[in-house]
Design a protein around this ligand. Sequence first.
Ligand SMILES: [Zn+2]
Length: 310
Amino acid sequence: MDHKLKREHGFIHIPCHELDIFILSDGYFGVGYHQPILAPGIPQDIVKGELRNLYLPDSYYEAPINVMLIKKDDRIILIDTGEGFYDEENAGQLLHSLNAAGFTPESVTDILLTHAHRDHIGGILSQNDDNVFPNARYYISRKEFEFWMTGEPDFQKSKNPEGGKPGIPIVRKILSAINSRLTTFEMGDVLFSCIQTQAAPGHTPGHIIYTVNDGDLSITNIVDVLHSPLLIARPDWGTQWDIDFETGVETRRKVLENCYQNRTLICSAHLPWPGIGYINKVNDEFHWIPKVYNHPFVINLKTEPAIKAV
Ligand SMILES: [Zn+2]
């Protein structure tokens, strides 16, 4: 086996009651320095100062791609598919992690797509255009599907209106290829009796976050509301990756406040691996509190004091 692959895949198991949740690593993306992708337009010395305050590297930015899988009876529900072959340098490791966790691509029955950016749908097709998950049905919010597939996607409210355009043909190709197996839903719908979806617009128009519920346990995946602990401390600094920058800031603030108020256990597509933790607030500033766990592969929620404590 390739030494590099061996090093970069991995998984975390979160046993619940009826459900087994897994976080699978697809690797990470490295995009050089934070700006202008994060904090566009903010003076560099101020951003570097904040990065140092947060003990984050101030000379480079990379973020993991964390993918959730839920096993519910005989259903294997994957949520997003990682980068696939589009970034073989650092990402595209999902199938190795899936295997390590004891699953095969053939065993995946359902795939929920949170939004149609490449790092979430890139793993659907192989380089030869074969279906990587041959037995899966797909689900995406109607609003997200229509944004990409109907008319010309509008990026005018982004801080980098030209940046999204090269991705359009890739999104259209992938969503067209799975069209006969794709179901659209309304944001707010409950899927598979255990996933409460919720609109979180800004990053994309039909971007969803979701809460997985299993009895008294729950975990909320905030997906791409946040791409770095930097944006937890400075939610208004925003990101060029949001198709509607201002709406992205508004959604980020709202989600952070709700998670703080409710002591919500959250999981995220791009916060530091495995992307599980809490939002705290000190002197009116939000902070990331990573979830403590002591086994390299397992997070035990049944001893979790904070779950639904408020
Ligand atoms: Zn993403």
